[in-house]
Write a protein of this length. Structure first.
Length: 169
C-alpha cells in the first residue's frame, strides 16, 4: 500500500522567487546605468545653473541701458536712484562662498558708464563645479553688449557648461 501512495504523489518542483544570479545581474545592470546617468545629470544641472544666471543677469541689461541713457550712475543697492533691479536675494545661485545669498555676488564695474560690466558670481546653491565662476555682461562705449565667463573653477569646469553666446574668456 505504501508503494501505491508513492506513485500517486505528485512532486511539485516549480520555482518560487529569483535565483541569486538573477538578482546579481539586475544589480549589475542598475549599477551600470547609474554610473552613466549620474555624471550626465550633474553636467546637466551645472549647465542649467550657468544658463539661469546668464538669463538673470541679462535681464538687468534693459534697466541698465535705460539708466545709462538718462545719465544715471548704476547701482546694485536697493533704494539708490541708479538701482538696476537685480534682486540678489531672489537668486539662490548668485552669491559668494557657500552662503545662500550674498550681496557681493552681483557687482557693477564702471557704474557711471558708458562702458559698464555687470558681474554675477555663482555661489550659494550652485553646483560645486560651477561655483565662483563669474558671468560678465560688458557694455562697450558704443552701447553693444557682450557676455563672457571668467574665473571658471579649475576643478571640474567644462566649456560645455557655458551657453552659446556667453563663452569662457
Amino acid at each position: 500500500m505504501q508503494r501505491s501512495n508513492m506513485k500517486n504523489m505528485k512532486i511539485n518542483h516549480a520555482q518560487k522567487g529569483f535565483t541569486l544570479i538573477e538578482l546579481m545581474i539586475v544589480v549589475a545592470i542598475i549599477g551600470i546605468l547609474a554610473a552613466i546617468a549620474i555624471p550626465q545629470y550633474q553636467d546637466y544641472t551645472a549647465r542649467s545653473q550657468v544658463s539661469r544666471v546668464v538669463a538673470e543677469i541679462s535681464s538687468v541689461r534693459t534697466s541698465a541701458e535705460e539708466l545709462l541713457n538718462r545719465g544715471v550712475t548704476l547701482s546694485a543697492t536697493t533704494g539708490d536712484d541708479g538701482y538696476v533691479g537685480f534682486n540678489v536675494e531672489s537668486s539662490d545661485l548668485v552669491g559668494v562662498g557657500t552662503d545662500a545669498v550674498a550681496a557681493a555676488g552681483f557687482t557693477i564695474t564702471n557704474p557711471a558708464g558708458p562702458a559698464v560690466v555687470l558681474v554675477a558670481q555663482l555661489g550659494g546653491s550652485a553646483n560645486a563645479v560651477v561655483r565662483n565662476a563669474k558671468i560678465n555682461w560688458s557694455r562697450s562705449a558704443s552701447g553693444e553688449w557682450s557676455c563672457y565667463i571668467t574665473d571658471e573653477p579649475t576643478d571640474g569646469w567644462k566649456d560645455s557648461f557655458a551657453p552659446s553666446g556667453c563663452q569662457p574668456s
